[in-house]
Design a protein. Structure first.
Length: 217
């Protein structure tokens, strides 16, 4: 099972690439809060309704299932994460309940990976000090790190790979799916797909896109 955050599935849906998930033969799961973000709420908005329909079809076909974490680990994650960083004595809210629910479900299910494009949550888990520097830059003020809460997060945070929609698309290309989908035989289809994801919010750099191009066959 791969647990999916709203950021990644939205990136794929915006670019009509939801079918990429179908090509991988894996089971994907979203939490109720994520489902609300990507299907329930946008369904009533003309601007996002079609994207919501694309995602809902994946749920209806069983490619994505909706599951709720049974324990309280998501509450522990939310509490710890949002007490780590402070600016001028005020705690900074880093993650929201939907994101902590994703992490909690991944822990409970022993997921193979978490699919997430959102940069802040990724840095929080992978490089919290780089996130501190980024937050300081954005706020133009010193951001302090509470070591006690950072250790607490480390105790409860999921110990599994974090992947992005870009990795999913790269695998789909290697399997020949993108070539068949768009009837394009060369790597330009991979460049186009990854660039579209970047413009849609996936935290991937142009240098990484070039590296993908060199790495894939």
């Amino acid at each position: 099972m791969i647990v999916v955050d709203s950021s990644s599935i939205i990136s794929l849906a915006m670019n009509c690439m939801c079918s990429v998930l179908e090509s991988l033969g894996a089971l994907f799961a979203v939490t109720p809060k994520v489902y609300d973000e990507i299907v329930s709420r946008p369904s009533g908005n003309r601007r996002f309704a079609l994207e919501a329909m694309r995602i809902k079809r994946l749920v209806s076909s069983g490619i994505i299932i909706v599951e709720e974490p049974k324990g309280r680990v998501d509450d522990d994650l939310l509490s710890a994460a949002n007490r780590i960083y402070s600016i001028r004595g005020r705690d900074l809210k880093i993650i929201h309940p939907a994101e902590s629910e994703v992490l909690g479900l991944a822990i409970e299910k022993g997921a193979k990976a978490i699919l997430i494009d959102e940069r802040t949550t990724r840095l929080l888990l992978e490089d919290p000090y780089q996130l501190r520097d980024l937050l300081s830059f954005r706020n133009r003020a010193e951001v302090r790190v509470n070591q006690q809460w950072l250790r607490r997060l480390g105790d409860v945070a999921p110990k599994m790979p974090l992947i992005r929609s870009s990795e999913v698309v790269a695998v789909a290309y290697e399997k020949g799916f993108l070539t068949r989908l768009y009837d394009v035989e060369d790597k330009s289809v991979l460049d186009a797909a990854l660039s579209a994801l970047k413009f849609s919010g996936c935290s991937i750099s142009w240098e990484e896109i070039e590296e993908y191009q060199k790495a894939v066959i």
